[in-house]
Write a protein that binds this ligand. Structure first.
Ligand SMILES: C[S@@+](CC[C@H](N)C(=O)[O-])C[C@H]1O[C@@H](n2cnc3c(N)ncnc32)[C@H](O)[C@@H]1O
Length: 281
């Protein structure tokens, strides 16, 4: 069978299974199997698929029909211009999170703490873009920390980052110029309505098993004790959580609290600055 024909059949199978963007997914998965860039698929479309490639491609399509995300099938995800290893132990980094990266890079920093580091996408992107900075990533999940370390090694950033197993600030020490976090923010009662793809991601990366705001309460309450004067905090949020998280920061004494939208115009990141003199230190 030719590549072209295999693509058409796969797209049809996936569309019938209710998958949006089936033709695009088929091309990406075919490129993965053929180990070529997805932009070259049209060039190889007339070629015959050998039996091994056909078997491997069919297996990928079957996994996608079972709603496994494409990034999990590929084992990697491109984020802020770099490739990250993604496994079932970490959240698949989302394009919306790139807004937090752009916002963080709008001002210089020499130290950054990423809480709930997952794959390392946030802290490693920041360190790659800010070559003199050092970073720390923390996560409750030991398996996530292993993926983050693997990504740090692959990106040549291991000498500027350390990873710590923690329950939010416990046992983080030291002061940072910048604290960033994309914590689990889906409320327990929203979990049944999520797309089937999300069942392939770690539950602890998605929900706090409560109202979706638990992690923000802990992070905003502890952040001033870990920020230098005028240090910044940037928190990714769900689209309806902006006002609640902004209030938490104001109550703690943070200044310049503002909400930054994503490219779809939905509230996505809450930013704030620690006061000049920090009474908690
Ligand atoms: C939404 S994911 C974010 C992952 C990554 N930072 C990203 O943006 O792609 C949230 C992360 O918080 C971690 N986490 C959940 N509960 C935690 C806790 N109590 N302390 C530290 N990290 C926690 C999860 O393991 C997960 O890696």
């Amino acid at each position: 069978m030719a590549v072209q024909q295999a693509l058409v059949l796969a797209a049809r199978r996936m569309t019938e299974a209710g998958i949006d963007g089936a033709a695009r997914d088929a091309r990406v998965l075919m490129a993965h199997v053929l180990q070529i860039d997805a932009s070259r698929i049209t060039l190889v479309a007339p070629d015959m698929l050998n039996i091994d490639a056909k078997t491997a491609f069919d297996a990928c399509i079957t996994r996608r029909i079972a709603r496994e995300p494409v990034s999990h099938i590929l084992g990697r995800r491109s984020f802020y211009g770099r490739d990250f290893t993604v496994t079932p132990d970490v959240l698949d980094p989302r394009p919306e999170t790139e807004i937090l990266i752009a916002e963080a890079l709008s001002q210089p920093f020499s130290s950054v703490l990423d809480m709930g580091v997952g794959s390392g996408a946030i802290v490693l992107s920041l360190l790659a873009e800010q070559p003199l900075a050092k970073g720390q990533g923390s996560d409750l999940s030991e398996k996530a920390l292993a993926v983050a370390q693997d990504n740090a090694d692959q990106l040549g950033l291991s000498n500027r980052v350390s990873f710590t197993q923690s329950d939010w600030f416990e046992p983080i020490t030291g002061l940072f110029d910048l604290i960033v976090s994309n914590p689990p923010y889906i409320a327990l009662d929203e979990m049944p309505d999520l797309s089937p793809e999300l069942s392939f991601e770690p539950r602890m990366a998605l929900t706090d098993e409560a109202d979706g705001l638990q992690a923000y309460r802990i992070i905003t309450a502890g952040a001033l004790a870990h920020l230098r004067p005028r240090g910044r905090i940037l928190l990714e949020i769900g689209p309806t959580q902006g006002a609640a998280v902004a209030d938490m920061l104001l109550v703690q004494g943070f200044k310049a609290v503002r909400i930054v939208p994503d490219l779809d115009g939905r509230d996505r990141v809450v930013c704030a600055v620690a006061p000049q003199s920090n009474s908690t230190q």
